[in-house]
Write a protein that binds this ligand. Structure first.
Ligand code: FAD
Length: 396
């Protein structure tokens, strides 16, 4: 391929590859520059190697963003069913694990191979996609309506540029805030990035929960107005598990996290138990609902060690209330090193929600995790990568 391109896409991740395939199949000549030695590295490790490639129920309500309406247009124009149809056209076997989360039966590699084949298909319609690996972009300049991109000492130019370099989560894999630096260079605002879908750390007295590291229980975890009924896991450093990862995206330093340890119980459950089984202890009734070690530590912390028949109604009501809303004050998160995604990023106020093009800089686009749109755990982040990639790919 010659060095004359209609568009240059920075980053061969989920969003960049999808964008390239769509633009290529619409007849564009596209160059994708990828700093890693191979494309789609985050796809390869995703979903425990099976890639949770979408969530069948994905809609705007499943995303955090400075503008909750921003994702609507792209998500409506490229839906989870559209991606599923693509997967099926490649005979990739899949299954629903839980809560609408769709995974490959085989391996995440199938998704990367499919995206590369979609890129290759563009040749049939007069387009072309070249994916150049080991090509780290270090500088971009914009002059006379063309973007000049420097990668490995070489300069390539095109009238359109797509920022698809993702967010800074998992720096060990080479993730950086490059997208934000570039956006700022072009005068675009960046919403302060924070680690999301990340374990929370505990300090002080709450460190006692360390004793039950490895224990998990089905709870409802909440932070602010957000709450998620899924499992929580006690870890050596604090709290993890799906419900905690979900609320970590909403949690802000200094705030409390609430945990309902008895999501199935309502009314005066403990008083009813006192009447039915007055010889039982708090520890023994909690052991019916929760893992033993968790039941024991909660009973100990509530300080009720008599038989229920000997405890006052007031004390049991207070205990039940506490079990329904146990509050933790996390000392922090495990940071970008352990975060699955990033909350924040290139401000949606700077971009067209239809095309992902920067309003101030014609020809400049931003897609995927680089943008201030962050999905819940469960396939939502890839769906945003596909949908925003398609929106920009069609506009290029
Ligand atoms: P990325 O996939 O991060 O791609 C960006 C690309 O740009 C990378 O290949 C990077 O090497 C390249 N790049 C960066 N800087 C430069 C540069 N200067 N020059 C050239 N190239 C550059 N989401 C789900 O929906 N389902 C899952 O199952 C899931 N599992 C995950 C598991 C883990 C462990 C992690 C970390 C994330 C997971 N996610 C999952 C989130 C998902 O991977 C991301 O939301 C998604 O990959 C974002 O796509 P992207 O294309 O915007 O960015």
């Amino acid at each position: 391929m010659s060095d004359s391109f209609d568009a240059i896409i920075l980053g061969a991740g989920a969003a960049g590859l999808m964008c390239a395939a769509r633009a290529g199949q619409l007849g564009k000549r596209v160059l994708v520059l990828e700093k890693a030695e191979k494309p789609g590295k985050k796809i390869l490790i995703s979903g425990g190697g099976r890639c949770n490639f979408t969530n069948i129920g994905a809609g705007p309500a499943n995303y955090l963003s400075g503008n909750p309406h921003f994702a609507k247009s792209a998500l409506a124009r490229y839906t989870p069913r559209d991606f599923l149809a693509l997967i099926e056209s490649y005979d990739i076997a899949w299954h629903e694990k839980t809560l609408g989360q769709l995974f490959c039966d085989g391996s995440s590699k199938q998704i990367v191979e499919m995206l590369l084949e979609e890129c290759a298909q563009s040749r049939k319609v007069g387009g072309d996609v070249e994916v150049r690996c080991n090509a780290e972009v270090t500088a971009v300049e914009h002059e006379d309506g063309r973007f000049a991109v420097m990668a490995n000492g070489q300069i390539v130019t095109a009238p359109a540029l797509v920022i698809a370099t993702g967010g800074p989560s998992i720096p060990k894999m080479g993730a950086t805030g490059f997208a934000y630096d570039l956006a700022r260079q072009f005068g675009l605002k960046v919403v302060e990035p924070r680690p999301a879908l990340v374990p929370l750390t505990l300090g002080g007295e709450e460190l006692l929960f360390r004793e039950i590291s490895g224990v998990s229980a089905p709870v409802v975890a909440s932070a602010g107005k957000a709450s998620f009924p899924e499992a929580a896991l006690f870890t050596h450093r604090g709290l993890s598990g799906p419900s905690i990862l979900q609320i970590s995206s909403y949690w802000k330093p200094g705030e409390e996290v609430g945990i309902d340890f008895l999501p199935q119980s309502s009314g005066d459950w403990l008083l009813d138990r006192k009447r039915e089984t007055p010889r039982a202890t708090l520890r023994s009734v909690l052991r019916e609902a929760l893992p033993d070690r968790l039941a024991d530590i909660l009973a100990e912390k509530l300080g009720i060690d008599t038989e229920l028949g000997n405890a006052s109604d007031k004390a049991l009501r207070a205990a039940q209330e506490r079990l329904k809303r146990w509050t933790f004050r996390p000392s922090g998160t495990e940071g970008f090193a352990k975060a699955e995604v990033t909350v924040g990023g290139i401000s949606t106020a700077e971009l067209s929600s239809k095309t992902m093009e920067a309003k101030k800089v014609p020809g400049l686009f931003a897609i995927g995790e680089a943008v201030d749109v962050t999905g819940w755990l469960g396939g939502y982040n890839f769906q945003w990568a596909w949908a925003s990639g398609v929106a920009a790919g069609e506009a290029l």
